[in-house]
Design a protein around this ligand. Structure first.
Ligand code: F6R
Length: 260
């Protein structure tokens, strides 16, 4: 696990640069996209690279991590709509190339199995963008999630519903109780994972992710078992790290050839 502590703009450039490099070597790459506020600067930077440097997603495909259950198709907080607005329609993904779990499916277990199949048939995720919840969730794998979980329905914690009420006009009662989410084992199957953590509210979750024991109580800690994880952290989110100075000096001395 590589931890990089830097300013938000630099973190966005690093994550977008990793995707640019991937698409340079593999134009039909499979990208895992996260919703929420953490990756927004990354998506802005990808749009800039698309418009100014010709970065193309025309042969690529993408999968979101999760979706609320029961939001109507036109709801602005529905994750497929969010990801369409934040990145998919701003670059040149082919129609239908960005997929999300079906939160309106009549048969939820079948929809989850179909999503797993779709990811597998696409060849698996090459690079997964992740955020992290204040309670240590990745995707919507809340504390207590099986470390071996696959795509399934989960119940959101009150903490997560409170955190996400800002996407529902501040009204927690409007935030669904259920979601479909890639499981921790699904996320762990991605070949490279780039997690972005920003803000003081994420400091404890980042400390646990990077320095804590692996535990279902902090689901993101499973990433310690992945061979290629990059954790991009701004200074407030890094404020609880015991190894912060080490990570800063490591990044300052990082060989330029190395990349993420
Ligand atoms: C979003 C997702 C969540 C968020 C997390 C952080 O698809 O899976 O794990 O990444 O809740 O959200 P933000 O970035 O809004 O703080």
């Amino acid at each position: 696990m590589e931890a990089v502590i830097a300013a938000p703009d630099e973190l966005a450039r690093l994550a977008a640069g990793a995707i640019e490099k991937l698409l340079g070597s593999r134009p039909d790459a499979v990208i895992g996209l996260a919703t929420g506020s953490s990756p927004l600067r990354v998506y802005d930077e990808l749009v800039r690279l698309h418009l100014e440097a010709g970065l193309s997603f025309a042969r690529a495909s993408a999968f979101t991590l999760d979706e609320y259950v029961g939001l109507p198709p036109e709801h602005p907080a529905r994750y497929l709509n969010v990801i369409t607005q934040e990145i998919a329609q701003r670059v040149d993904f082919a129609p239908g190339a960005v997929r999300s779990p079906d939160g309106l499916a009549a048969d939820i277990p079948a929809a989850c199995a179909a999503y797993e199949d779709a990811v597998a048939q696409a060849g698996g995720v090459d690079l997964q963008i992740l955020g992290i919840g204040t309670d240590g969730h990745v995707g919507f794998n809340e504390p207590g999630s099986s470390l071996a979980s696959r795509t399934r329905i989960k119940t959101l914690t009150e903490q997560t519903r409170t955190d996400n009420a800002r996407f529902f006009g501040g009204d927690i009662t409007a935030v669904p109780h259920h979601c479909l989410t890639q499981g921790l084992a699904t996320i762990m199957a991605a070949r490279h994972i780039v997690l972005i953590a920003r803000g003081r509210a994420k400091a404890e979750a980042v400390h646990q992710l990077v320095e804590g024991p692996v535990s279902a109580m902090w689901p993101a800690t499973i990433l310690q078992h992945h061979p290629h994880v990059t954790v991009l952290i701004d200074n407030p989110a890094a404020s609880r790290l015991q190894l912060g100075d080490y990570f800063r000096s490591t990044y300052a001395a990082k060989p330029t050839w190395q990349g993420l």
